[in-house]
Design a protein around this ligand. Structure first.
Ligand code: PLP
Length: 391
């Protein structure tokens, strides 16, 4: 038999992809499945963005680009950040990557090794922990609690820092909870980090444009004091409904940029050229599609929250960002993972069990409301019938 390196005994995955495969298989057998499992917008990419990619192909952009991405796209990212947040970013510190996940991969590779500790949100995006374990580093979960609106507590996070801590990962607005960490808590974190100059910070801001109730996203780029150790993860997937294009951007400290450029040269060379031109059109073009999607998600958020709170044994706080609800199902008589799989197999509703997002996810399930209002209503009706009959 072939023997692979031990690191591959320690690599995990995202159960959302397994649930998607199972839901697709059941649908192929003729079952009517409502999929609230996968986290991707149900809208098409805006037409002017698609046209920009087609034009780039017709114009002959078929070759490699610089590994860090084409300069006009890096400049467009800098302009976007200036327009939205009034922050100045040097385009030479912007890295274009094949999807938001790749920034995570690079950041965790840069700091993860046996003996290193990396703090990450729990419940949180499962790839953080998977990649940390893959590198041999020790994952240190930072709880996100329902009673705090699923925000992290800066005091609790800071208390987990040790001399071995190399990297802290934060995520707001958050997957899987829809939690948004208040600006005051972020201020407190940044102030607290002054005492720990050896620690880098990766802020996953991929849902920054999906925020509701008049809240404003507080980007970590707004804090000059930590720029020399701040990595910001973002991209086009969620904001512009471009999950399948594989396009992300990140901002790096000057001291790390060249290492990531070399990783790109070794691993992916560059993002495909036409997609990068589409990225420029998305950032510089009209933003009405983004506003429209946000408004639609906002309506569905109300629908899903109200429907969940009407289910026997279920309660749900109103999520403030992203497109997920994370209801508490601990009073249904079910553990979260068996409930998620029974809902799929017996009720035809795909959701993800909270424990797939970490130990603090027990007692919760995740529903993505990136689906039509009609499908959300159908899913809620089925869940209601299921929970009323099967206790
Ligand atoms: N970060 C978070 C918190 C996410 O939820 C996701 C996608 O689900 C990503 C990053 C990765 O995005 P991408 O599809 O651009 O790799």
């Amino acid at each position: 038999a072939l023997t692979t390196v031990a690191a591959f005994d320690r690599i995990g995955e995202e159960n959302a992809f397994a649930v998607l495969a199972r839901a697709t298989a059941l649908a192929a057998q003729g079952r009517d499945i409502v999929n609230l499992g996968i986290g991707q917008p149900d809208f098409p990419t805006p037409p002017h963005v698609v046209e920009a990619a087609v034009k780039a192909l017709r114009d002959g952009h078929h070759g490699y680009t610089p590994s860090v991405g084409i300069l006009p796209l890096r400049e467009a990212v800098a302009r976007d950040l200036d327009r939205r947040f009034g922050v100045a970013v040097d385009p030479d510190l912007v890295m274009i990557v094949p999807g938001g996940k790749v920034t995570m991969y690079a950041a965790i590779r840069l700091f993860g090794e046996p003996g290193a500790e990396i703090l990450y949100p729990d419940p949180g995006f499962p790839i953080y922990r998977s990649m940390i374990e893959h590198t041999g580093a020790t994952p240190i979960p930072v709880p996100a609690r329902e009673e705090n609106g699923f925000a992290f507590s800066a005091d609790e996070l800071l208390a987990l820092i040790t001399p071995q801590t190399r990297l802290i990962i934060i995520n707001s607005p958050a997957n899987p909870t829809g939690g948004v960490t208040p600006a005051a808590e972020i201020d407190k974190l940044v102030t607290g980090l002054e005492a720990h100059p050896h620690v880098a910070l990766m802020s996953d801001e991929i849902y920054d444009q999906l925020i509701f109730d008049g809240l404003e996203h507080r980007t970590l780029l707004a804090y000059p004091s930590i720029r020399d150790r701040l990595i910001v993860l973002n991209g086009w997937s969620k904001t512009y409904a471009m999950t399948g294009w594989r396009l992300g951007w990140s901002i790096w400290p000057k001291a790390l940029y060249d290492d990531v450029r070399k990783l790109a040269v070794n691993a992916w060379s560059c993002v495909n050229a036409s997609t990068q031109y589409a990225g420029i059109a998305a950032l510089d073009g009209p933003q009405d599609a983004v506003d429209h999607m946000r408004a639609e998600f906002d309506k569905r958020r109300a629908l899903v929250t109200e429907g969940l709170n009407a289910l026997p044994g279920v309660s749900a706080i109103t999520p403030k960002g992203a497109f997920y609800a994370f209801p508490n199902v601990s009073r249904t008589g079910w553990k979260a993972k068996p409930l998620a799989s029974a809902l799929l197999e017996d009720a035809g509703v795909a959701v993800i069990g909270g424990p797939d997002f970490g130990v603090h996810g027990e007692g919760y399930i995740r529903l993505s409301y990136a689906n039509s209002a009609a499908n959300i209503s159908r899913a809620l009706e089925r869940m209601h019938a299921f929970l009323s009959e099967r206790k």
